[in-house]
Write a protein that binds this ligand. Structure first.
Ligand code: FAD
Length: 378
């Protein structure tokens, strides 16, 4: 009998896990990969949508194109997870698992802080990025604030990338001299584990006249007066407010009893939850690495090795290391790379300076994933 592996969520983590299991054990596993969406979109493609570089059709990879021995994709909305019985209920039926892997990512709470639902914009969801893309052409003068509204948040460089790409976009439109751009973040520097990447970003900010307000959190906005209130009691005026929304686990995870203090705790080395044969990978966990696709992918590889070792026998797989390379868009087609290492007590992040070569490398990164996960060329 094939081992029934039910994978919840077909993002970076779920796609990588299903791919590795199918490659290693095509006849010995029966993988059911479940996602409510019909297509996968890379997180960084939100910038392509926002700045009109690509349309939605161009950034979607359809799950119906997955052809992998032993893997069945189901487009279903997961409505309950029982981690003890390893039973999952969706809008279309019930799935029983021998091994359950939760890779449901992070959702957003758009209802906070006060004023944000009425007067704020965001680029962290596809809908938000498309709405903002349609609004940006009419924004011709004033002040844009890009503010992180809570921690943790996906892709630590993304607010700074948004500022540098917005600078490029407004410069091309000829309106940059009459628009101010400001980044407000609770962090002290753009990418905490990488002083070199942080310096390069702040140098670019200085060169491009992008204002940097560290150590601050926006606690509310007033859409009437167009004022953002800060944690320290100060205020900032704005004309366009872009918030990095507050993140949380999907509601179905919160209701399952898997989460503790907001996220799913897992063993650092194995990604096992406290429920036998239930693993969790990626943004939905509190494993202690940044919320980014490249980390979710690495964690999925470790879980795949553990499932393979359990079925085939053999040595204990190498524990999860927390290493990943993250690309950072600087604008003007330049991309840098942070080689983040969270394996030791102090995370580190050597930096490869922004260049056209690294921009090409990022394209290759996306292309190899599309090839491996969906079988697409190019
Ligand atoms: C603007 C932006 C830029 C980014 N840039 C980068 C980058 O350059 N590099 C990088 O590595 N990361 C980047 N990220 C972050 C990256 O997108 C995420 O960290 C990554 O997708 C997390 O992978 P995951 O597998 O944990 O979850 P996800 O990829 O979010 O997958 C979770 C899946 O679960 C599904 N799901 C959730 N709830 C349900 C339900 N109830 N029923 C069925 N399905 C459900 C969702 O539809 C989703 O497909 C960026 C993110 C943003 C917003």
């Amino acid at each position: 009998m094939a081992t029934r592996v039910v994978v919840l969520g077909a993002g970076f983590g779920g796609l990588e896990l299903s791919t590795q299991l199918s490659g290693a054990l095509p006849d010995d596993v029966s993988v059911t990969l479940i996602d409510r969406n019909e297509a996968f979109v890379f997180g960084f493609a939100k910038f392509d949508l926002l700045f009109g570089r690509q349309n939605l059709e161009q950034v979607q990879s359809y799950y119906r194109d997955i052809v992998k021995p032993g893997v069945q994709f189901r487009q279903e909305n997961i409505t309950s997870i029982d981690p003890v019985a390893k039973r999952v209920v969706t809008d279309k039926g019930t799935h029983e698992a021998d091994v359950l892997v939760v890779a449901l990512g992070a959702d957003y709470d758009f209802s906070a802080p006060p004023g944000f639902p009425e007067g704020g914009h965001e680029f962290y969801s596809i809908e938000g990025a498309l709405k903002l893309r349609d609004l940006l052409p009419s924004f011709t003068t004033g002040k844009v604030i890009i503010a992180v509204l809570g921690e943790p948040f996906k892709c630590p460089p993304a607010p700074c990338e948004a500022a540098m790409l917005l600078d490029e976009y407004l410069t091309e439109r000829g309106v940059r001299p009459v628009i101010e751009i400001s980044v407000v973040t609770p962090w002290g520097r753009p990418i905490p584990p990488s002083p070199a990447a942080s310096k390069a970003i702040l140098d670019r900010f200085a060169e491009r006249n992008i204002e940097w307000t560290p150590g601050q959190l926006v606690t509310s906005i007033d859409p009437g007066t167009k004022t953002a209130s800060l944690r320290d009691g100060g205020t900032l005026p704005y004309d366009l407010f872009l918030g990095v929304p507050i993140h949380r686990v999907p509601a179905v995870v919160a209701a399952s009893g898997l989460a503790v203090d907001g996220w799913i705790p897992v063993d650092r080395g194995t990604l096992a939850t406290r429920f036998p044969d239930v693993y969790a990978v990626g943004d939905v966990t509190s494993v202690g690495v940044p919320k980014a696709g490249v980390f979710a992918e690495g964690a999925a590889g470790v879980v795949a090795e553990r499932i393979i070792a359990k079925i085939r026998g053999g040595e204990e797989p190498t524990p999860y290391g927390g290493l990943a390379s993250c690309y950072v868009e600087f604008g003007d087609h330049l991309v840098g790379r942070v080689d983040a290492d969270f394996s030791g007590p102090t995370p580190t992040g050597p930096f490869a300076a922004a260049s056209l070569e690294t921009a090409e490398e990022k394209k290759q990164f996306a292309s190899t994933r599309r090839q491996r996960w969906f079988g697409y060329e190019g």
